[in-house]
Write a protein that binds this ligand. Sequence first.
Ligand code: A3D
Length: 322
Amino acid sequence: MARPKIALIGAGQIGGTLAHLAARKELGDIVLFDIPDFEGTAKGKALDIAQSGPIGGFDASITGTSDFADLAGVDVCIVTAGVPRKPGMSRDDLLGINLKVMKSVGEGIKKHAPNAFVICVTNPLDAMVWALREFSGLPQNKVVGMAGVLDAGRFQHFLSLEFGVSMRDVSAFVLGGHGDTMVPLTRYSTVAGIPLPDLVAMGWTTQEKLDAIVQRTRDGGAEIVGLLKTGSAFYAPAASAIEMAEAYLRDQKRLLPCAAYVKGAYGLDGLYVGVPVVIGAGGVERVVEIKLNADENAMFQKSVDSVKGLVAACKGIDPSLA
Ligand code: A3D
């Protein structure tokens, strides 16, 4: 059987890290794609990673290109093409420029990789994954956005610091859009199965500290943008997208928070937003609808409204989406 083929659209900070992680995990052969001006970057990173194979003990074909035709036969496509934030910018400030990028990439995928499972990472995430799906015309269950795995990872990390326990024993649950309105769900987040509200009652932390951790999670991306000054986070975003790609390629049936197309569940009538989903060989195989209490539902609805606003803005910019 042929090895899976993975295309990474955008050979920047996340794209390069994705290529390295995918190669180290031997997920398949890798094509790193960028625009013609950055074809050298794609080819250079591909060559550099390939040369680390004999040292790191992995084997994969890794090539760089700016030709969409090289996407033929791709099984998984991870899209990071576009521009990242600079200090002081919100993710939503990227909308106009990255929408044009989604159009070019979506049309390329439609023509050359129509059978791929597509994971979008480009911001503002929930609107860009919707636009990418529209431009590519792929089935909704084959196009998904990465945000929740990263947001949950950030939440888990901060919780493990607060409790002084291994990150492995912390499980976190987030819902909603990727942005200031994301909804970290403390009730469904646990340390070795003990829900966070119980840990507050047990005196492991206080509600105030927990609230501060929730806020730091929401601001997790901005904290890193402020430190880096020249771009945004890329190691953890890449690791998160690889986890989703692996779930699909290895039919793992992982239950992961992703920006998925929701129609019917959560009272939504066709919107990409962060919800728990099962990812396996069928792509997004199931949207998991959990019961929300009144407070959680209010936060989720706020997030949904903000995503709807961004989708409307996309339609305003590009009439072909209306
Ligand atoms: P960066 O290092 O600038 O890489 C982006 C690459 O995309 C560059 O190499 C560009 O040349 C390339 N590019 C631009 N236009 C096109 C095009 N039309 N076709 C193909 N390639 C193109 O950015 P990055 O890797 O740090 O971030 C990439 C994106 O991910 C940005 O939009 C970030 O905001 C976003 N991001 C999302 C998250 C989420 O959790 C959702 C986290 C971190 C970053």
